[in-house]
Design a protein around this ligand. Sequence first.
Ligand code: ADP
Length: 549
Amino acid sequence: MSYPKSPLMGQMMSQPLLISSIIEFAARHYGNNEIVSRRVEGDMHRYTYRECEERARRMAKALEGLGVQIGDRVATLAWNGYRHMELYYAVSGSGAVLHTVNPRLHPEQIAYIVNHAEDQYLFFDLSFLPLIEAVAPHCKTVKAFVLMSDRAHMPQETKIASLLCYEDLIASSSDDYTWPLFDENSAASLCYTSGTTGNPKGALYSHRSTLLHAYASSMPGALNVSSMDSVVPVVPMFHVNAWGLPYSVPLSGAKMVFPGAALDGKSLYELFEAEGVTFSAGVPTVWLGLINHAIQNKLQFSTFRRTVIGGSACPPAMMDTLIDKLDVHVIHGWGMTEMSPLGTTGGLQVKHLSLPKEEQRKILQKQGHAIFGVDMKIVDDEGKELPWDGETYGHLYVKGPWIIERYFKDEGGEVLVDGWFPTGDVATIDGDGYMQITDRSKDVIKSGGEWIGSIDLENIAMAHPAVLQAACIGVAHPKWDERPMLVVVKRPGMDVTREELLAFFEGKIAKWWLPDDVVFTEALPTGATGKIQKNRLREQYREHKLPTA
Ligand code: ADP
């Protein structure tokens, strides 16, 4: 899309918005601030932004030596750690494109996206060596695989034809490298959607989109990151660039703390305490472990005071526990891979401060307000815009400079509708601009022509003390087409019956929303990004006979 030019153009410096400028800024202005990482090798590693930038330049120089050119794709298969951070800057900063691959994908899917992206090199953490040995022969464009460790950790024998050592590359390279300047609309990084149906599709971010997203997401009304913070991105760097934190944290000069592969409650708690962590971010399923660990052991956090929870709906019971029992404020965030990912964040406004706590909590439970740069609307099946009354729900459409225009290699063809991106979510927006997701379009339960939102039902179930996790799916019904059914995982050592749980819903929702059945299970299936896979549940219970049928 191009726009008309004014006869009188502004007279400010024309500097491209480039990712390298973030790490240069952090190194120059917050040079002594720390990046701390729990390494997959087992120990802790600490250094400063200044050292990070220097090593990123060495790596950029090494990439040049390997023949990586502007626009070439370089893949990573790695946990959150300082070497991964160096690659964020070395690869994108040099003009190449960082392709972060999700190691939780099926090996066939990994090979598919590596080939689709035409990755030239693939960097990986030690813990993924067996996975890489299995997929390497299928990765047709990869010239060499780079183990992100030192010589001492290189395998004696390996099936990988061309294996390089990360620390050798850094050591043999010089820091005689200056970050190049190029068009800010150049591709910077590539992230594939989880692809629950069909093949994964790539969202190709630009330097400009990444920088604007980093600016907007650090604002006080959004994630509110500053140099006073110590930040743990629990959300993986292979999941939409850890929601932009590897950019917004150095941009703000905050201390960065990487958890590596240790995402269990105990490890996270110890890390948060040891590193004075103030702020974190992750999907609801990872907080379960940390919350359980803290509650069971009667622990409090010394410094941890804010977290953003998103990727799927934050259950109100989780929000209550974090705020009321652990003194951790929850920012509910919503977004998607196609949006870099941040679209909305929850929070109160001055006029809400006089409301009773329960009313305030209802506002915080919504997915929140658009952050500047993102516009949104809800529309009906015909595309007609629906009112912002907090009740009417419709298809959620968005637009903005960090939202995709098309998928990589035009996969899926035209995606925009009149310039708007259809998110696939169903939502309400209230008169103050707060958006609330009722469901994903494909998870909505259609009962007798009316829609029932599964998220509401799950939230109520999870408020029951004996319920650890709940998923609500539509199950075939002869009269109503579909009726809601709950699939529930009980808390260890606690019990609840089907009848007790159904009774728990009474008075909390309209009668016809009441689930027709409850089944108990040991665990819910989760996908590569830690979200519950409802399509698998639907498949599993396809033949389930509802007692009401
Ligand atoms: P991400 O990688 O950011 O999780 P995905 O592209 O995997 O993004 O999934 C995006 C989808 O996740 C959204 O379209 C929405 O359905 C769901 N989602 C994300 N955040 C929330 C939230 N806070 N509440 C409910 N659903 C959410």
